[in-house]
Design a protein around this ligand. Structure first.
Ligand SMILES: Cc1cc2nc3c(=O)[nH]c(=O)nc-3n(C[C@H](O)[C@H](O)[C@H](O)COP(=O)(O)O)c2cc1C
Length: 157
């Protein structure tokens, strides 16, 4: 089974989960890079504004052939119930029709249902086989490492 993990991460939490998935499944690992600087307090504020207004952004070139993979993992942080602009930009361009997709997100402490609702809207035609959220990842690395392993072993891919 050939898989890929595509993710956006601003501060490393989603990156950590993406790396765990890729290590367990020997997947390709591909970050989405937003050309807009989103670091620091202003980066945080604009991140919220842009996500809520469903803004797109410029991302670094991302050549991707969905047909090369049996499973495509897609992950992002929860930004006020929305996805980051880099992921929106990617999803609005890519054709995931009939592809097997697994969605994951990271967050601090709130429900992730809204993020998944928004992600599903942009994955039209995809066969979404699972969704999973992880909380406060970098503060709980060992637990998250274990949770990812158990989740993947339960997944029927
Ligand atoms: C603009 C913004 C909005 C956020 N909104 C939420 C939220 O609504 N609920 C939540 O639990 N966490 C929220 N967070 C926290 C992030 O989802 C969380 O820290 C995530 O794991 C960060 O992932 P990253 O390190 O991969 O960027 C928000 C963070 C940012 C920057």
């Amino acid at each position: 089974m050939k898989s890929i993990v595509i993710f956006y991460s601003r501060t490393g939490n989603t990156k950590f989960v993406a790396e765990q998935i890729a290590t367990n499944l020997e997947s390709d690992l591909r970050p989405l890079i937003d050309k807009k600087d989103r670091s620091g307090p202003w980066g945080w504020i604009w991140a919220g504004f842009d996500a809520i207004r469903k803004k797109k952004t410029q991302i670094e070139e991302f050549n991707f052939e969905p047909g090369k993979y049996n499973v495509i993992f897609i992950g992002c942080p929860n930004w006020a119930g929305q996805m980051p602009p880099a992921l929106r930009t990617f999803l609005e361009d890519v054709d995931l029709n009939n592809r097997k997709v697994v969605l994951f997100c990271t967050q601090d402490d709130m429900g992730a249902e809204k993020v998944f609702n928004n992600l599903r809207l942009l994955c039209q035609g995809a066969n979404i086989v699972a969704e999973k959220s992880f909380k406060k990842v970098l503060k709980n690395k060992d637990e998250v490492r274990q949770a990812v392993r158990e989740w993947l072993s339960d997944l029927k891919l």
